[in-house]
Design a protein. Structure first.
Lengths: 431, 489
């Protein structure tokens, strides 16, 4: 009976992959028609995508027959869509992003098929933390910006013409460390009476308060030294989520929200970049052609797209600065319309649901459960932060839209994250 | 299950957040879309406007005057082919909107009229295929030959002139100076906006001038109605008269003989007309002026659109000119009788209105209503759709009175102050008049040329800061000769 039960989602996954392939071909054909010229590079990304899909599916089918059937097709579908959008918005970056897709698929496969990967992660959690903190310090000391723009945030480490954003792997490293730490500590956390509500937040033992302050400190360092508001908030929210799941103590969320708010108020007073983002979030229309130009143009892109969208290459999303990166969601809204937006949201919602389903399936294995929760939370919170920012629901935080946005580090880490979830799903199913 | 409750809550929270994101997207994409898209700072709006294939403007005879050229990048450039038509056609600029005739017929030219009439299916298909909005071509009654002759004759002057065909009152030519080059409007806009000559102001249609001695024509209508003797010598007919601070004299020095009322009209001598106004009295003068609709602001149908805000919300006149002043109701009293009767009162008149009075006179007392649009050709159609002429003629004088005035005007051209308008073998009548406005003077000429028993053309010319009535008459004669040739062919 298990084989029959597995067959349905597998078929669903294959169907989704076929739909994604058709989507790629149709949209690149539309892009070619709209441009009035055939570009080899456009069809090249289709070739890269199909190659990644075939190789990835074949290896995963053999190595992880009981993996989650939807995650890989969904990740490919969304990154393929992102490739088309980048080819349309910033063609010079499309080839590079296609290469990153190959690298990312390879990384996903490696992470997913290494049998001991989860055990290794757990065993070397302190080493990982040290590596993560070293990356953070390295970025503070040696950070650069690929644009070379004076005053731009220096969040990258450069190796020749290749740049890498250390905050990206740091997301996974911190999640892995915290999952490992909390998997060991959670019985004590719950035993302290938090479950029964006997303790109060201010009487938390160092066992709880320690990691809270550590993570809050890392976030503040990221915020203060790197002016990377998005990553700082993401780190802290993901950590708070993990701590909540591990402890089951709801007031932690309220206390954490209070810490975020406090940090936000202080940051508003101290940092111009934070002040700018909050001001233009509250009322962008006052400076629609000035400091709020980006968010106003983003909202105009949504309005211009309407329900059905303008069609690929037929809108004007180029008015949104850096639309191919942080604001790619606005470009999708303008050219694929509200319907496209709903598909993207649904795609992420399904991915999040599958990720938490994988977490639940790890019953009896707290590290694996918390790792799946943390990885899923990274994906969900980051997606919501950028979607909410682009739509003026929350202040802009300057993070990428996973799978869609231009950026090798982001794509690679998103794929590694999916690779880990696939590994977890396979082990959960086998357990 | 361990952590199950917390994971369920987390999932619920994340999915709820995605619902909020979806709702926000729905708001901006659907509910709030119109508000945001209508914003003046929406660059997509400008892009859409730039993609509109604006229809061409043609003159009488199918000569293209303005056309839109599609560039390789699909943007559209508007080209104006004849500089002499600048003041008549106006402009269509992506940055500064539309003005003049371009504004008057903007809905047709930009394709909005047709777009509004399309059914939902066509609209959806056009939207999906991103078909550019294509405007209709419009054909005007303007005659390139007459316009060229008039603009050339007026070159270097400040003022305006209008030529109308009779009996239809089709607008054959219209010049307002100084003007601008619509082909370089974007580059010139800043300088034009502060130009004291107010180049965006269409003087032919909108500027209200003192009529001055041109009111002598109306007073002569009163004389004819009351059977005043036209050919009886009048003592001191050529004497100057004082009016407030002004001293009014004959338009040109008359002969040394005693003048009749007919002679006084021909030479533009004011004294007999001051006496005539007193004899006619307040009531009759008021009645004549009202009958000739001198108090009405006659305009081309729809031309009030010229002063409306343009497509991009910019009023081209706001920075450059004051609003066209509304005419006073000009109630005539015993105190202001002479001022009003001699054209120095509160009543003002546009060149178009003066041309309409001339049209009424040459059309045996029936003033036709003016029009400019003769046809529209929609993008998918080969044939022109004729513009509907809905305005009937308005009686302003009896046929006898009108013919009497025609003769008087012929005399003024034959031997009087308007003789510069005379052209060999043409039946031209006209009248010149000087008007005082502030410290300067205006030189008027109003005249007609007959083509045959039914057709004619009329002209009204006004030169600002000029006392050269001979020049005004000569310009008028040139325009009438050109109109005669145009109507002959």
């Amino acid at each position: 009976m298990k084989g029959a039960a597995d067959a349905a989602p597998t078929r669903l996954g294959r169907g989704l992959m076929l739909i994604a392939a058709a989507f790629m071909v149709v949209n690149v054909a539309a892009l070619t028609l709209a441009r009035g010229e055939t570009r080899l590079s456009d069809w090249g990304i289709v070739g890269v995508w199909i190659g990644s899909a075939l190789v990835g599916s074949a290896i995963l089918e053999r190595a992880l027959p009981h993996r989650d059937p939807l995650l890989f097709p969904l990740a490919l579908f969304m990154s393929g869509w992102g490739l088309i959008a980048i080819a349309r918005l910033a063609p010079v970056f499309a080839d590079r992003q296609a290469i990153w897709l190959i690298v990312s698929t390879a990384a996903l496969i490696i992470v997913a098929v290494i049998p001991n990967v989860l055990r290794l992660v757990r065993a070397f959690r302190y080493t990982l933390l040290v590596v993560g903190l070293a990356l953070l310090i390295g970025t503070i000391l040696l950070g650069t910006n690929p644009s070379g723009q004076v005053g731009a945030p220096e969040l990258w480490l450069g190796f020749g013409t290749v740049f890498f954003q250390p905050s990206e792997p740091l997301k996974i490293i911190l999640v892995a460390f915290l999952a490992s730490y909390l998997a060991e500590q959670y019985p004590a956390l719950r035993a302290e009476g938090i479950d029964a509500g006997k303790r109060r937040a201010w009487s938390l033992s160092p066992r709880i308060a320690g990691p809270i302050l550590l993570m809050w400190g890392i976030s503040i360092v990221v915020l203060v030294w790197q002016r990377d508001l998005g990553t700082a908030i993401l780190f802290f929210l993901v950590f708070l989520t993990l701590l909540y799941v591990a402890s089951g103590y709801t007031p932690l969320l309220i206390g954490g929200a209070g810490l975020v708010a406090t940090a936000g108020i202080v940051a508003y007073q101290l940092f111009a970049v934070v002040r700018l983002r909050v001001d233009i979030w509250l009322n962008p229309w006052l400076e629609a052609e000035g400091r709020a130009y980006q968010i106003v143009q983003s909202l105009m892109a949504f309005s211009a797209g309407g329900v059905f969208g303008q069609g690929v290459n037929q809108g004007a999303p180029g008015y949104v600065p850096v639309v191919h990166s942080d604001f790619i969601f606005a470009a999708i809204a303008e050219e694929w319309g509200f319907l496209g937006v709903i598909v993207v949201i649904a795609g992420f919602a399904v991915m999040i649901t599958r990720g938490l389903h994988i977490a639940v399936a790890q019953d009896g294995r707290p590290f694996q459960t918390l790792l799946a929760v943390g990885l899923t939370a990274v994906l969900g919170v980051q997606t919501l932060m950028i979607m909410g920012g682009v739509l003026k629901l929350v202040p802009l935080t300057g993070v990428t839209l996973p799978f869609f946005s231009y950026g090798g580090s982001s794509l690679l880490i998103s794929y590694v994250l999916i690779g880990l979830l696939l590994r977890l799903s396979a082990e959960g199913a086998d357990a | 299950m361990r952590f199950g409750r917390e994971i369920d809550r987390l999932l619920f929270g994340l999915l709820l957040a995605f619902v909020f994101v979806g709702a926000a997207a729905a708001y901006w994409a659907i509910s709030g879309a119109d508000t945001i898209l209508e914003r003046a700072d929406n660059p997509r709006r400008v892009e859409t406007e730039n993609a509109i294939r604006r229809g061409a403007i043609y003159a009488e005879g199918g000569i293209a005057l303005a056309e839109s050229v599609v560039n390789p990048d699909e943007s559209v450039t508007r080209r104006y082919l004849y500089p002499v038509l600048s003041s008549a056609l106006g402009y269509a600029s992506l940055r500064y909107g539309v003005g003049g005739v371009e504004a008057l017929h903007d809905n047709d030219l930009s394709g909005r009229t047709r777009a509004a009439a399309r059914d939902l299916g066509e609209t959806v298909i056009d939207g999906l295929l991103h078909r550019p909005q294509v405007g209709a071509d419009v054909q005007l009654t303007l005659d390139l030959g007459v316009q060229t002759a008039l603009a050339t004759a007026l070159h270097g002057q400040t003022g305006a002139a209008v030529v109308l065909g009779v009996p239809t009152s089709s607008l054959m030519a219209m010049v307002s100076l100084p003007t601008f080059d619509p082909n370089t409007l974007d580059a010139d806009w800043d300088a034009l906006s502060i130009d004291p000559g107010r180049p965006f102001f269409n003087r032919a249609l909108q500027a209200r001038y003192q009529p001055g001695a041109t009111t002598e024509t109306l007073l002569m209508a009163g004389a004819l109605l009351t059977n005043e003797p036209l050919d009886t010598p009048i003592a001191d007919a050529s004497s100057p008269i004082s009016l407030d601070d002004l001293t009014l004299t004959c338009a040109v020095p008359p002969p040394e003989t005693r003048l009749t009322l007919r002679d006084a009209y021909a030479f533009g001598c004011p004294a007999p007309f001051a006496d005539l106004a007193r004899r006619l009295d307040v009531g009759r003068v008021q009645g004549i002026f009202d009958t000739f609709r001198l108090a009405d602001a006659a305009t081309l149908p729809g031309f009030d659109a010229l002063t409306l805000p343009t497509v991009l919300g910019i009023d081209p006149f706001a920075a450059a000119t004051p609003e066209a002043q509304p005419n006073s109701d000009g109630a005539i009293t015993a105190d202001n009788l002479l001022n009003a009767a001699l054209g120095q009162g509160e009543r003002t008149v546009t060149p178009l209105e003066m041309a309409l009075i001339a049209a009424g006179i040459v059309n045996d007392g029936n003033a036709p209503q003016p029009y400019l649009l003769s046809g529209v050709r929609y993008p998918t159609e080969l044939e022109w759709s004729a513009a509907a002429l809905i305005n009937p003629t308005i009686p302003i004088a009896t046929a006898g009175t009108a013919r009497g005035i025609q003769d008087l005007m012929r005399g003024a051209v034959a031997y009087g102050a308007a003789s510069s308008a005379a052209r060999p073998d043409l039946d031209i009548g006209g009248h010149v008049g000087l008007a005082y406005t502030g410290d300067s003077t205006l030189a008027w000429f109003v005249g007609f040329v007959t083509i045959d028993t039914e057709r004619a053309a009329v002209v009204a010319v006004v030169l600002e800061n000029s006392g050269d009535l001979g020049l005004a008459a000569d310009i008028g004669g040139t325009a009438l000769e050109a109109a005669w040739r145009a109507l002959q062919s």
